[in-house]
Structures are given as structure tokens and as C-alpha cells.
Design a protein around this ligand. Structure first.
Ligand code: BG6
Length: 480
């Protein structure tokens, strides 16, 4: 079978920095399921060779020592460029003809990748439909939609409806690149391929859960996009809620796309809806001090670059257990982690034993960049009476498994090719996630409360976030 990936928005950053390097890596590792053709479309006029040269430079920069000129030549032979404008319907029959000729009019699996600005999603889909390019008579036809998928529940619903006019749900792959990260997939393996964690993975033993995605970089060049998004839309609606679902979901009976996604959807449905009073009490919003100096940011911008959302999953397993979701730009370091904070032992018989919840057992799932798992527990300090100290067992993926962690896009692109949507968001999942975020965003947009707290770059967000946590008798796990 021939696999053809048609990239709309081919001249953009995503294609150069993520898609082509991931496809090159799949070629290098001989993981591609069959012959691959790549066709890029954008408005800029390039020849095939000009485009190949641009991609070569970018790929070299991304894959570093894995770049092999001979392998690249082999790979690049199947890359083509077809100039065109997605907003013009007549470009699509031309494109179809171009691709069909490359495919020698043979059956193929075709993947249409929307690496475009979101305002072009709907017209591209409609034009693909009008040109008959979504019909599966000569092989599967799939569409990959990048984030952001809408900007609230209503727009996500409309976008789903528009795409469903042309593509059936089984043809649609909504990307959340966090789901392609090895350590994110490992959350399910840790929970459901072991016996020792699951019995205590519930309200009887867990005090609370912290999910943090911190980034050290400021917004920089992306400010004009970021101004209209903010941290809730950019990180919470997708990545953080995805991490929440994997942490909180029930075990599916089989590993298949619908069973997994059904369980994730149940978690989203069980999240307690936010009233304005909950938003005031259970969220924190912040902005790093220099944000307003970034190019294209108005001097009075109220856009949050930091956020905390405390939510509850109202079901049998999690009743009363707070989930703290936190993300921010310009923070102390880049780290994504899930912290399961267990309860204190019911009775402390040792004098000098742990007195605070943060000294109780803790399981830390390091998603990135130090991919690993740590279990924190009390041990006796030798030769010091009954003195105790919190220590840890530390597992590190890179040390244990020689070799490197693949980029998320490798796994995701491969899954689209073989037709496995398990790691992609389903229509209902995306809409439910927006339904959780929308009421918070509305209150924040209206000026709160909570008020916007300013913070210095290089820390863990506004000092208020620490005080707020302490008032609940808890502490943030601020470890890089
Ligand atoms: C993107 C956001 O989806 O994820 C960015 O738009 C963010 O703002 C990025 O920086 C983080 O991804 P990663 O893989 O670097 O954690």
C-alpha cells in the first residue's frame, strides 16, 4: 500500500520542525508501514527541489547526529511540493490530480494534515469534500487536525459539525501531541500493567494529585497568537486535561481506541462544573512581569501566562480528592509531572515521625524532560535513634533503556498511517474539555475574581499561588 501525506500549510514551522523530522526518523528506523509520498501545499511558489532543500536544513537541525545524507536523499526523493491556496476551491481538483498521478492511480492510504492557521480548517475540509477527496473508494482517507480545536465549546462543536459533513469520525485524527509522549502512554502501563499501584489509586489512600506543566521560556515571538489564547486555552483544555483523564480513568477492558476514549470521556463528564464562586476560590491566574514588554502585547494585557485550576472528579473513586492542575510560562524550569500525594499513615507511632502531608508517601511521574518515576517514602536514618527522613526510589527511562526517547510526532504519525486513533481526541472528548474550561475562561475574561497576579520570571509563578496552597494545608511540589 502507498501512504500519501498531504500537508496543508507546508511552508510553516510545524512542517519543518516536527512533521518532516518525525517522518525522516520513521524512515531511518525503518518503521514506515509502506512506501511513503509526501506532498506539501502552501501559497508560496517553490519548486520540488527548493522545498526539499528547506526541509533538509530544518531536518538536519532537528535530528542532529541522526542525520544521514544518503538516507535523506532516499527519503527526499518522495517529497513533492504543489503550490496552492486552500481558500480557493479550484486548487483541490488540481491537487487531487497531481497526487493521483504520483500514486500512479493505485489504491492508497491518504492522510490530509491541517498544519494551517485554524481559520483555514473549515474551508480546507469543505474543499476536500467538494473535490471528492474524502471518499474512501480507493483506500482510506484520513484527516489530521492540529490544535487549537476551536476556542470554546461552541466553536469546537461547530468545527466538529463541519468536519463531520465531509469525514466520518473514524477518519478524523485530532492531535494532542502530549498523547504521543512515551511517558504519557506509560501512565496507563504503570497503572494497569502492575498490581501494586491500582489498589491504592483512589480516595482511600490519595490525599490529592498535582499535575504541573511548567515552561521556562517566555512567550517571545508567539505573543500575537498567545494574546488571543492564554494559558487555559493553550495548555489546560488539551494537554493538562488529557493528563488528568489518564490519571483518573477506570481501566478499560481492552486496549482499543473506543474503550480507552470511553473511559477518558467518563472522567471529563464527572468533573464538577465551575460556578463563578468556584472560579474565584479554586483558580489562580498570573502573568509574568515582562509579558507586557513582548512585541504585540498591549500594555494593559490581562492575558494569563500562568494558571492553577483545582477541580474535583465526582465519582466513586475520586470523591473529595482535589486535582490541582498548574501551568505557566517563564517559570523556573521546563518540567511536566504528575504527583500522586498519598495520605499520612493513620497512626504515627514513632516520635519525630512525619507531621505534614508533604512528608507522606508520594509517587512522581516525570513526563519530561527527566523522564522517570520516583517513589518517596520514609526511612530510618542509620545510627540516629528513630530519626526518619523522606527518601526515594528513582527510576530513569534513559538510564534503564539505552537509547533516546522518540519525538511524540513519530508515534502519532505512525498511528495515523496504520489507522489507530487511540492517542487522538474524539469529538465528544474535545467538546467536554472545552465545557470544563469555558466557565473559568469567562470569569477570567471578565476580570475575575481571582485577580491577575504578577510574577517574576524564573520562579514557580505568583507568590499568591504558594499562599493559596498553604491555606489548604498543602504544598506545591516544586522540583525541576
Ligand atoms: C503547545 C503550546 O501545544 O505545547 C505551547 O501551544 C507549549 O505554548 C507546548 O509551549 C508545550 O509542548 P512541549 O511538548 O514542549 O511540552
Amino acid at each position: 500500500m502507498i501512504y500519501t501525506i498531504v500537508i496543508f500549510g507546508a511552508s510553516g514551522d510545524l512542517t519543518r520542525r516536527k512533521l518532516i523530522p518525525a517522518l525522516y526518523e520513521l524512515h531511518r528506523k525503518k518503521r514506515l508501514p509502506g512506501a511513503l509520498l509526501i506532498v506539501g501545499m502552501a501559497r508560496t511558489e517553490y519548486s520540488h527541489d527548493q522545498w526539499r532543500e528547506i526541509l533538509k536544513e530544518a531536518c538536519m537541525a532537528q535530528v542532529g547526529k541522526h542525520f544521514d545524507p544518503t538516507l535523506w536523499e532516499e527519503f527526499a526523493r518522495n517529497i513533492y511540493y504543489h503550490p496552492g491556496d486552500v481558500s480557493r476551491a479550484e486548487c483541490f481538483p488540481e491537487l487531487d490530480q497531481f497526487v493521483s498521478e504520483l500514486e500512479n492511480h493505485q489504491p492508497s492510504t491518504r492522510i490530509y494534515y491541517l498544519a494551517l492557521a485554524p481559520e483555514f480548517y473549515e474551508c480546507t475540509v469543505a474543499h476536500l469534500g467538494a473535490a471528492g477527496m474524502a471518499v474512501e473508494s480507493s483506500g482510506p482517507r484520513r484527516i489530521v487536525v492540529e490544535k487549537p480545536f476551536g476556542r470554546d465549546r461552541e466553536s469546537a462543536r461547530q468545527l466538529n459539525a463541519k468536519i463531520h459533513e465531509v469525514f466520518a469520525e473514524h477518519q478524523i485524527y485530532r492531535i494532542d501531541h502530549y498523547l504521543g509522549k512515551e511517558t504519557v502512554a506509560n501512565v496507563l502501563v504503570l497503572r494497569f500493567a502492575n498490581t501494586i499501584f491500582e489498589p491504592i489509586w483512589n480516595r482511600n489512600y490519595v490525599d490529592h494529585i498535582q499535575i504541573t506543566a511548567a515552561e521556562d521560556l517566555p512567550i517571545g515571538r508567539r505573543a500575537s497568537f498567545y494574546e488571543s489564547a492564554g494559558i487555559l486555552r493553550d495548555m489546560f483544555q488539551n494537554h493538562l486535561l488529557q493528563l488528568l483523564t489518564l490519571t483518573a480513568m477506570e481501566p478499560p477492558s481492552r486496549v482499543n481506541a473506543d474503550d480507552i476514549r470511553d473511559e477518558k470521556v467518563k472522567v471529563l463528564r464527572a468533573v464538577r462544573p465551575f460556578t463563578p464562586a468556584d472560579v474565584a476560590a479554586n483558580t489562580v491566574r498570573g502573568q509574568y512581569r515582562k509579558y507586557r514588554d513582548e512585541p504585540n502585547v498591549p500594555p494593559n494585557s490581562q492575558t494569563a501566562t500562568f494558571g492553577v485550576v483545582k477541580l474535583y472528579v465526582d465519582n466513586w473513586r475520586w470523591q473529595g480528592v482535589p486535582f490541582y492542575l498548574r501551568s505557566g510560562k517563564a517559570m523556573s524550569c521546563r518540567t511536566t509531572q504528575i504527583v500522586i500525594q498519598f495520605r499520612e499513615p493513620p497512626h504515627m507511632m514513632f516520635e519525630g515521625g512525619p507531621k505534614h502531608i508533604h512528608e507522606a508517601n508520594r509517587l512522581v511521574l516525570q513526563i519530561q524532560p527527566a523522564e522517570g518515576i520516583q517513589i518517596h517514602f520514609q526511612t530510618k536514618v542509620p545510627d540516629a535513634g528513630m530519626k526518619m527522613r523522606l527518601t526515594d526510589l528513582d527510576f530513569n527511562f534513559r538510564e534503564k533503556f539505552a537509547g533516546e526517547m522518540p519525538e511524540a510526532y513519530e508515534r502519532l504519525l505512525l498511528d495515523v498511517m496504520i489507522g489507530d486513533p487511540s492517542l487522538f481526541a474524539r469529538a465528544d472528548e474535545v467538546e467536554l474539555a472545552w465545557g470544563i474550561i469555558d466557565p473559568i475562561q469567562q470569569v477570567w475574561d471578565a476580570g475575575g475574581p481571582p485577580q491577575l497576579e504578577l510574577y517574576e520570571a524564573g520562579g514557580w509563578g505568583p507568590p499568591y499561588s504558594e499562599e493559596w496552597m498553604q491555606r489548604q494545608g498543602r504544598r506545591w511540589f516544586n522540583v525541576c
